[in-house]
Ligand binder design. Sequence first.
Ligand code: PEP
Length: 253
Amino acid sequence: STSRKYLIAGNWKMNLNSAEGAELASQVVSMFGQQTDVSVCVCPTFTTLEAVSKVVNESNVQLGAQNMHYEASGAYTGEISAEMLRHLYCNFVILGHSERRQYFGETDETVNKKTLAALEANLKPIVCIGETLEEREAGKVSEVIKTQTEGALSGVTAAQAENLVIAYEPVWAIGTGKTATPEMAEEVHAEIRCLLAGLFDEDTAEKVRILYGGSMKPGNAAELLAQKNIDGGLIGGASLKANDFGGIVEAAV
Ligand code: PEP
């Protein structure tokens, strides 16, 4: 990842109210508020975004959301638009997380609509892809990765792709304590970069950050981040503790 700046993004999932989130964010800012070598981002719940936005404001810690709707506004009860996230100074939005695919009916088609809407609104999408254990055991990893990548990125231009982030998150490694070995992860990351080169071009593919996600911790981050095509991490459980999250950021510096 020579020319690509590492991105360490914390996915707080459905944890931390606005007071708790502000507290964790202030710990992250005290550690990494001046950090310029690595991009650091926290992704709170919608209701915690505004409080965290005020805390990270004027620091180098960036803000992301965990989901959004693809329409700009209107009769979509319960949904949040890209513009609403931009208004709170979000830079990133996680799209198509496996939990959203598994529990909330997210498909490659909805992820694609959201990806296009996010890019249009100047939000950097963190598009999540990854196989289940069943798919891995059936030898379908490449097929699943290709379908999900091409499905999510349909209609994205090469110019837009420079703002794109992909997160490879093998579903069997999320929240399970089971991490893909660095070699297993790198094999898939290299495949994803190859797919990006096919969709766009080599130069563009070299600029896209591909994060690994799945039980990343301070103890395994360095060896994962040392892989050629691993450009950062999407961190669930470990992002809720300032010291663990900090340890992973340190491994990227
Ligand atoms: C995630 O859900 O994005 C994730 C990587 O979770 P964990 O780090 O807890 O496995």
